[in-house]
Design a protein around this ligand. Sequence first.
Ligand code: C2E
Ligand code: CA
Ligand code: CA
Length: 721
Amino acid sequence: MTSADSMTGRQQAEQSLRDSEARHRAVVETAVDGIIIIDATGIVRAYNPACERMFGFRPEEVIGQNVRMLMPEPYRAEHDTYLQHYGDTGERRIIGIGREVTGLRNDGSTFPLELSVGEATEGGQPIFVGVLRDITERKEAEQVIRDSEARHRAVVETAVDGIIIIDAAGIVRAYNPACERMFGFRADEVVNRNVRMLMPVPYRAEHDTYLRHHRTTGEKKVIGIGREVAGQRKDGSTFALELSVGETTQGDETVFVGVLRDITDRKLAEAELAILAQHDSLTGLLNRGAFFERLADTIANAHRNNTMCAVLHLDLDHFKHVNDSFGHATGDSVLREFATRLRGCLRKTDIAARVGGDEFLVIAPNVNGADGAAAVARKIVDNLNTVATVDGNVVPVSTSIGIALFPVDDGDAQQLVANADAALYKAKREGRGSSCFYDSELDQTSRRRRALRGELEEALHETQFELYYQPVIDVTSGAVLAAEALARWHHPNLGPVSPTDFIPLAEETGLIHRLGPKLLNMGCRQFVDWRDDGLEVGAIAVNLSAAQFRSGQLLATIRKAIELTAIAPDRLELEITESLLLGDLDAVSAQLDELSDLGIRLAIDDFGTGYSSLSYLQRLPIDRLKIDRSFVQQAPHDPDTCAIIEAIVSMAHKLRLEVTAEGVETAAQFGFLQDIGVTQMQGYFLSRPVDEGEFRGWYAQRHPCPRTAPNNLRVLDGSRA
Ligand code: C2E
Ligand code: CA
Ligand code: CA
């Protein structure tokens, strides 16, 4: 190294020293923190502008003075001791980072300081560099935090919601009084223990997994607002909780704050709402929506377990009439009563629903084939077909039932119900209060019905309708008391269609209002023809549908028929059914009175099958009762039926009503009826319904009827009927 080099080296060293000094000075001068340098005896060597701002003393007031002047009295002795100790031992007890001490300003006020002290040497002597930070604001902030913590604590202590703090290991750190009330554990029983103790067993594993997941990944899967979970009380019972979890740090540790709300009441309310949403409010049975859910489940079960289930479709007979005649309040009572009895005769596992006004559906899961399903239906019919006293009214209650079976009929819930519905329709037609199974023939029936409905109109146009006639005979004299006109539809492709098929269709479509008058006119004209030709037929009996009666057009229709055909009014007899009388009895009786005033005769058809009430018979201008053939057919072998027939006959006689027995098919029936004083009879035993030509033939060939011997009657076999 040359001297020039060494000079240059020294100069460089000096320069770099100057540079670094300048840098240091700049740092010191502009530092936000106070920087103060003292020597080992406590004399201040340096004091920067930040210190000036902090203490209020100018540098010339401080430099060369003992640093104690910047300390409040209580700190000074301590400070001296420290320095003394350092001087004696070289131990740096005084040195440290971020100690909180107190400073003294030139105005005598004190302020909090954070002090970090480092040791250095200057000219071989130890010096101490203090870095000071005025922490007045931070202290104030901390005080605010401390205050608000107290406030928070108050909130936590008095909170309605449970507040619980756990650490990342699941250990409970805090547990407020609301939690105590909720869980029944005191805080001291829970704090420092694993929070799992507050969870029902099934939740614990999941909870552990979450915490583990959080620990390993830091992912906050556990955190959320308003999750519904379950809590477990001290007594082991569980309850519904809504849980919100937040994450925060305490010190440098992650903790979880859970806010818990007991939602037992809300759950109960929700459950109640769910019940309401699933049930029919009138009867408490399931509603339609809930029914289909259960049915889908039941079918799935039956499918899985290879078992059978049945759907029963129930319909209250004549319910409309109950409503009309007794009012809706009574109607509702009847429905409630019906539902109660229905529920009462079903098994616990059976499911009952009300799906419409008077329509009910029952699922019998796990039935033993068709016989099992029929047994359920029979039980229902036995328990329900009776007379109920509701709100002081005696109301007859009966039901018809259609049954469909899974897996015999179909796999789909909708289809199964549709099948039960088709079976119900058939059951209704076969007689009220009966049950019927769905079979695929029914499908054809309902398809045929739809087709027929469309063709009725055309049939009316093209006069495909005809009347057959069946005589009503006085068996004591052999006289033909009347001919009942029975409608026939000669369908171009199907052949004869039964009136039990097309009359309901005509009623549904409203076509009855055109078909009815037409048939009436045909009957009246025919009767007049017979009289003109010398046939001694007492009257023409025409069946009326209830729809015609309610149309308000009936009287006009009758008047017109009389006018058109010139029939003597007292030769026309109208057959009406009992169900008609269940409507507004006053309105019905007014109409009947008007008809009666015209001289028309009135008969109650199918007597005994409907709401047989004797009171109306006295109030109405009825001439004749026709005992339904279902009774006649059980005579004479069924003693109960015989007793009923006898009662009807004696009652009718007391009321001075004529009595006709319909559906007389056998000599035994004939004999029995004759024995109990029935003189007017109608039925295959005497004559089937026949067309006009055959009727004339029958009339011409018959012998005068002897008084006692029915086999002397000429019985015509109307096989086409
Ligand atoms: P309904 O008024 O009770 O007529 C008697 C029914 O019993 C007739 O059936 C008749 O053929 C049948 N019958 C008569 N004697 C016997 C017998 O000894 N044994 C059996 N098993 N049955 C017998 P039909 O002609 O099929 O008529 C059925 C129903 O259709 C009638 O029952 C009536 O309610 C209705 N109907 C028929 N024609 C008309 C009509 O022109 N207008 C209205 N509104 N309804 C009609
Ligand atoms: Ca009739
Ligand atoms: Ca009848």
